[in-house]
Design a protein around this ligand. Structure first.
Ligand code: PMP
Ligand code: GLN
Length: 385
């Protein structure tokens, strides 16, 4: 096709194709074992498919309510109250979204105007900054510590200016696998107390925490809950990332503005999926059991790496494990990740692109939401390096 002559200035001049797509394509080309993008390579529960099929035959094939199916919103509200003790009104304070990505984008679009500053903690999942920039906002990155991914509280305090409108937090954290403690969140609560800063809390891995770690939702911390959008993903929780369904919970004054954007960005979310999710969510063991399911996978993967030269601390949450490769090579992470695909047939994510100034942490991110046989084959290759 002939090139369009004058598309004008790009709104996102520095944005290319996401690392997940780039690595995914390379992995396919080289038929590599793919532990890069975060999605399961095993099937979800067939009962979930039957439920969707059933509600399609029952006639739920037209637009769902703009805010989301009401019974699903009620179920979500009950789940949050039971797990975190916080009451969100299903009518005014919960909206079903096209995955967490849309929840995050919508919250940012609803509140960020040109010149507003948004604090983000690096390494940061890649959808926050473009959403901020697209709305004229200015991302203010705070780099977390090398190895421990600890927050530099003084840097965070110093980053707050009269222009700071929002802060984005992600716990359990992708890509580091860190789970924020209650103590850390209380520190954040104290810092934000004198401000009007809104928080977007990305909690898509809320049910995937290991060992003695506990997921503390920002909805549990009063001084954070009253200023936060809690964003969640059923795709992550129920092994159906391709269904793109999630939700957002926030106090009604915030949600009112959120819905002004939501109704014109997507209007509503796939109806049969919402109906099916509502029935499926009634059995809480299906999401409460996720941590032991994934802990077994994490441990299986790490045990299989026993004889490798990679070093690591077992991740606290998420289904990502960082492996430090400094005993193997001093290449940068992108070059090494590329070589792993092309020469060794294994794909993972270099995390420097999520860091400030592409800091080199000497680690690669491996997704262990995979069949054990895949993890075994992957570990075999990794042990040979
Ligand atoms: N936030 C984080 C930290 C993620 O890893 C992902 C990837 N799934 C998302 C948000 C997006 O979630 P969803 O697929 O529900 O849009
Ligand atoms: N959340 C997934 C990951 O971190 C990626 C999803 C995507 O490609 N947008 O691997």
């Amino acid at each position: 096709m002939q090139a369009f002559k004058n598309p004008g200035r790009s709104k996102l001049p520095n944005v290319g194709t996401t690392i997940f797509t780039t690595v995914g394509i390379l992995a396919k080309q080289h038929r590599a074992i793919d532990l890069s993008q975060g999605f399961p390579n095993f099937e979800a529960d067939p009962r979930l498919f039957e439920l969707v099929n059933k509600v399609m035959h029952e006639g739920y094939n037209q637009y769902a309510p703009m805010q989301g199916d009401y019974s699903l919103r009620e179920t979500i509200a009950n789940k949050i109250e039971k797990l975190h003790g916080t009451v969100y009104h299903p009518e005014m304070e919960i909206t079903v979204t096209v995955g967490a990505t849309q929840a995050i984008f919508t919250a940012i679009a609803a509140f960020i105007s040109p010149g507003d500053e948004v604090i983000i903690l690096k390494p940061a999942y890649d959808c926050y900054e473009p959403a901020i920039e697209l709305n004229g906002g200015i991302p203010v990155p705070i780099q977390m510590g090398l190895n421990d991914y600890a927050i530099d509280w003084d840097a965070l305090k110093n980053a707050i200016t009269p222009k700071t409108k929002m802060l984005v937090l992600n716990t359990p954290h992708n890509p580091s696998g860190k789970v924020f403690s209650k103590n850390e969140l209380q520190k954040l609560e104290t810092i934000l107390e004198p401000t009007d800063i809104i928080v977007v809390s990305d909690e898509v891995y809320e049910h995937i925490v290991f060992d003695e770690n506990e997921h503390i939702s920002l909805s549990q911390i009063e001084g954070l809950a009253n200023r936060s959008f809690i964003c969640a993903s059923f795709g992550k929780t129920f092994h159906v990332t391709g269904w793109k369904v999630g939700y957002c919970a926030a106090p009604s004054e915030l949600m009112k503005e959120f819905r002004k954007v939501h109704q014109f960005a997507v209007f509503c979310v796939d109806h049969p999926t919402q109906k099916a999710m509502n029935t499926y969510l009634q059995d809480e063991s299906l999401y409460l059991g996720l941590k032991s399911f994934y802990q077994k996978k994490r441990d299986f993967f790490l045990n299989a790496l026993n004889s490798s030269r990679f070093t690591y601390s077992p991740c606290e949450g998420t289904y990502f494990q960082l492996l430090n490769y400094s005993q193997i090579t001093n290449e940068n992470d992108e070059a090494f990740a590329r070589r792993l695909i092309i020469e060794f047939g294994i794909a993972c994510i270099p995390i420097s692109s999520f860091n400030l100034n592409r800091r080199q942490d000497g680690v690669l991110r491996f997704c262990f939401a995979k069949k054990n046989e895949t993890l075994e084959k992957a570990a075999e290759i990794l042990c040979g390096l």
